[in-house]
Design a protein around this ligand. Sequence first.
Ligand code: F6P
Length: 325
Amino acid sequence: MEKKPIRRIGILTSGGDAPGMNAVIRAVVRTATAHGISVLGIRRGYSGLINGDIMELSARSVDGIIRKGGTMLYTARCKEMMTEEGLQKAVDTCKYLGIDGLICCGGDGTFRGAQALSRLGVPCIGVPGTIDNDIVCTDYTIGFDSACNTAVECIDKLRDTMQSHERCSVVEVMGRRAGHLALNVGCAVGATATLLPEQEVDFDVDVIDKMRTGRIKGRNHHIIIVAEGYGSAQSVADRIHENTGIDTRVTILGHIQRGGTPTAQDRIMATRMGYWAVKCIEEGKSKRIVVFDKNAISDIDIEEGLAKTKTLNGNLLEAQLTVAI
Ligand code: F6P
């Protein structure tokens, strides 16, 4: 069968924003332009697709955005996209605008939307953009490295004041139901303990006893990382205080982790993945997610990709537990 020529593509960012999404937009626009394809930016994710909220993008309109956090196309979590009516409206917009393929940057929810649209005849390619790094089929998601670095910078500052006051800092790190961000941050800040949703801990042994032993051996302050999916940081802090008497403070890093200048790693991955996504559409592919697997960029069927399971990095977990004494 002859391949349909690609004349115009669309790009949207959806779900929680992530540093590096702008770099994806830039890579998509520049690759498409270099190949003679025009690009429409769809604002506010799927909600913009449903409502026809669009803007023309050119190589020059994405100048300078590689270093900017957030997303110039805005983002949204769109409930209407989960209804048949909303989905049909989105398909109609694509037909009306002559969109031959759509690149959707975001997380799980974004890919489910892309899957549904692909089934209705709109070729879609997903690009993983989320600070959580919780997309099962890819080792890396855009925004993860920047979020890690932001969290580490904040926690290093907390450590200074905890050390001066001989306190314990309990820090809640984002990640929704996954502990990847918390585990990496815990390792990088040298946390006494990192509490993750994927891993059962014996609180008395792994946290309280460790802190008591630490105090005997001269450790005068502690950093405890709590993944948001583990549970309440405040209850962790209360339990620590009741059992050890150590003065404890809680910090919820929250959305600060989603903002800021993307790191070099995120800009590079965004460029590689955005480029790959356009190539996928040009090759006539649909219903695929661009992934980073075995140290290389490739793509995988959305359904197959989302059906996989992702575990925490065992080697990192072991190393982190061993050195946190
Ligand atoms: O998925 C990214 C993320 O930042 C999660 O870590 C967090 O649970 C969630 O989004 C917060 O969502 P919102 O910005 O809608 O509050």
